[in-house]
Design a protein around this ligand. Structure first.
Ligand SMILES: [Cu+2]
Length: 493
């Protein structure tokens, strides 16, 4: 048995790693990593957090200094809210990358599912500065073991079992024989056969016990895993869209997910996006009313008929953000208008052969231009999606206003609908979670001049075709730029 143990241990380690690969993330959909830009006191920083594939697991924090006067970076993970947020462990010193003096890297353990923040302390010529970046630790479904590897491991196990039975038999049959004696007496052959049968039965029993243990572990892991909840949607006769949020089973999380604890994120409890699939040629950005805990309703504007994917963004009081999803077929209606912050956008079909350009023409003759639409970006590489708004005369627009308190909002969806993200000029975490993590209020852009060039830090989670809707407000009108981007896996030489 001793000989068997080491390879079995190694194999079960491989199994554990493979079975725990993630397919979903919490905030947004299919986009678990965090991209964020802000100031820690006097120091502008760009932060990327690679979330662990399993929890407990290690998050990789990459902090890039956007100035020259930074000496050191310390990082520590804590809860966003509650008792846990008051007792931060001793911070880790991030290591400066040997090939890039402005890049600092640290590895942090995330011990439980739920809302976390990484507290960053920057130190340099201008003293110390702090910044907290919210994280949603909620690894999703496990993947099944892939075919070829499964057969390889099964084959190796069979070899081990046959080998073990053979060794046991040979030990009884020939172990005590003189090397020169032959043939082996038949009494020894008989007892060798008996020992081989017993060994085989014993090994089968051990394997069965192992399988039982494995299934039990897998079931309990699956129970704590996060699957993107499906919001239940229906359209009433009066053209009202009814939405019922689902509660995730969060019994083993750092805090339970409730439905009666939603907090406003840039002024609304829910940001609802309806995107006509698969063309993505129509997009509604709406703000349903909360009727009771988890129950929302939205008076629909005049509708273009079709099959829509539904993405409902909410943030819990714990700082944990969720995007709940659904699909609904909506009929054509002519009644109803857009209210308040609601908006509607059209674009050419994602499936159209006509090339979508890097310019969206606006009704008043102005344009939204995606400035870096042709840069090559491999998956998970930090990028800044950079746009310029121009007026009818081609000059930088001077009439930009905050749209729900922000300079701009960007929504991106992969062509298969498995990735959905809602970004702002400082990155991917929801503003409500950023405010909770930093103990600050909503940044007030009122009266501020919003520049005509606005960028959004992000990293596309995987290769594929994406559609981008980027929204700005100009002189009271909400304008949407519609763009496509193909993310291609880099080929290593
Ligand atoms: Cu937004």
């Amino acid at each position: 048995m001793v000989a068997e143990r080491a390879p079995v241990k190694a194999a079960s380690k491989i199994l554990l790693v493979l079975l725990s690969l993630v397919t979903t993330g919490a905030a947004h959909v299919g986009s678990p990593d965090v991209y964020y830009e802000d100031h820690a006191g006097p120091y502008p920083l760009s932060v990327v957090v690679r979330m662990p594939l399993v929890v407990p697991g290690v998050a990789v924090i990459e902090v890039r200094s956007l100035s020259d006067n930074l000496k050191s970076i310390q990082v520590v993970p804590t809860r966003i809210q509650g008792e846990g947020s008051k007792f931060a462990p001793v911070p880790d010193v991030a290591e400066r990358a040997s090939d890039d003096p402005k890049l600092f890297r640290a590895h942090l353990w995330i011990m439980m599912r739920g809302a976390w923040k990484v507290q960053i302390t920057a130190d340099g010529e201008k003293g110390k500065g702090e910044l907290s970046v919210p994280l949603a630790a909620a690894p999703g479904n496990s993947l099944a073991l892939q075919g070829p590897l499964k057969w390889l491991l099964t084959g190796l196990m069979a070899v081990l079992v046959i080998g073990l039975v053979g060794i046991a038999g040979a030990a009884v049959r020939e172990g005590m024989s003189d090397p020169a004696t032959a043939p082996v007496p038949s009494s020894k052959r008989r007892s060798a056969r008996r020992v081989m049968i017993c060994t085989a039965l014993l090994v089968i029993a051990v394997l069965a016990a192992g399988k039982f243990w494995w299934n039990w572990e897998a079931a309990s892991t699956a129970q704590a895993a996060y699957t993107v909840p499906r919001v239940v949607t229906s359209l009433s006769a009066s053209n009202t869209l009814l939405l019922r949020l689902q509660r995730t089973d969060s019994g083993r999380w750092a805090e339970r997910i409730q439905l009666d604890d939603l907090i406003p994120d840039h002024g609304h409890l829910m940001h609802l996006f309806l995107i006509r699939f698969p063309d993505m040629d129509r997009m509604y950005h709406l703000h349903p009313h909360q009727d009771s805990a988890g129950q929302f309703s939205q008076n629909m504007p005049a509708l273009e008929p079709g099959r829509y994917k539904v993405f409902a963004d909410v943030v819990h009081a714990t700082g944990f953000p969720e995007t709940q999803t659904a699909e609904i077929t909506l009929p054509e209606t002519h009644e109803g208008t857009l209210q308040g912050d609601d908006s509607f956008a059209t674009g050419i079909s994602l499936l159209s052969k006509i090339q979508n350009t890097n310019v969206t023409y606006l009704e008043d003759g102005g344009r939204i231009i995606w400035l870096d639409s042709n840069v090559f970006v491999p998956p998970r590489e930090p990028v800044k999606l950079h746009f310029r708004v121009e007026d009818a005369s081609g000059k930088p627009a001077t009439d930009l206003e905050p749209y729900m308190g922000m300079a701009g909002h960007l929504i991106l969806i992969s062509s298969d609908g498995t990735v959905f993200a809602h970004l702002h000029p400082n990155g991917s975490p929801p503003m409500a979670a950023v405010q909770l993590a930093n103990g600050t209020g909503m940044a007030d852009h009122a009266g501020h001049n919003i520049p005509s060039e606005i960028s959004f830090p992000y990293g596309f989670p995987k290769a594929g075709l994406y559609r981008i809707f980027v929204q700005f407000k100009r002189a009271g009108r909400i304008e949407t730029g519609v763009f496509n981007v193909s993310i291609v896996q880099a080929i290593d030489n």
